[in-house]
Design a protein around this ligand. Sequence first.
Ligand SMILES: NC(=O)c1ccc[n+]([C@@H]2O[C@H](COP(=O)([O-])OP(=O)(O)OC[C@H]3O[C@@H](n4cnc5c(N)ncnc54)[C@H](OP(=O)(O)O)[C@@H]3O)[C@@H](O)[C@H]2O)c1
Length: 241
Amino acid sequence: MKISNNKILITGGASGIGLGLAERFVKENNTVIVCGRRESLLKEISEILPSVVTRRCDLSKAEEREDLFKWISEKHKDLNVLINNAGIQQRISISDNDFYKRAKEEIEINIESPVHLTSLFINLKSLNTIINTTSGLSFVPLAQMPVYCASKAFFHSFTLSLRHLLKSKNIEVIEMIPPALNTDLGGKGLHSNAPPVSDFIEDVFIQLKQGKSELTSGFSESMAKAGPEDLQKAFDRMNNI
Ligand SMILES: NC(=O)c1ccc[n+]([C@@H]2O[C@H](COP(=O)([O-])OP(=O)(O)OC[C@H]3O[C@@H](n4cnc5c(N)ncnc54)[C@H](OP(=O)(O)O)[C@@H]3O)[C@@H](O)[C@H]2O)c1
């Protein structure tokens, strides 16, 4: 994708990786729109980056996804990049009483939402790029977050198909595959030992400029390239087997 002069929607763009992308895309001379549920975060990003357009939206609700698309098609119909980045991560056990309820929340946000948004946004005439945020855990699961990892494996697989399916529409599909990074994903402090988002954003922009369609770094690079034996070893190591 070209790095400048785009109009970009970043879901979950007011915190963590989405915020890192928003800051960098603004610096590279793009118009950036972010959406998320927390008004306080949207207000903060407007203060730090006044050019960023914000929109409150709960992507777990189909009608709010439709409203978001309607608003974009009326007010920003020249949008050309969709970044499906919003996600949640839950440490849950299959025997928890609320397992199914929490699993459903994860499925709604991590799977239903990007699938639905993609089906809507490809109708925008100007759309030429979709970036999907998957994970190094798309390739090897951590059993303490079983549905999260499965949702990212789904999203990786869906992204491969989309890349093929959308060629005929001239829409480029890029997979952004972060390793563990220091964000509030899953709750404050759970990722505080992981590397900063800024290093990953640097890696992402180097690879975007090289025209790569899979953006990896560290652990996610090794997992994306690993064969079955290495994936099994990683699974055993990560799950203390
Ligand atoms: N950090 C990591 O280690 C890591 C590694 C691999 C992949 N990832 C992926 O990277 C993406 C961004 O995560 P992050 O690490 O940057 O964590 P984060 O700061 O918690 O970002 C997640 C974003 O998603 C938004 N979001 C969640 N539920 C939403 C909903 N129902 N409607 C609208 N927005 C919603 C959140 O905003 P609101 O809560 O305000 O709605 C938040 O801005 C996720 O897809 C995550 O799975 C992260």
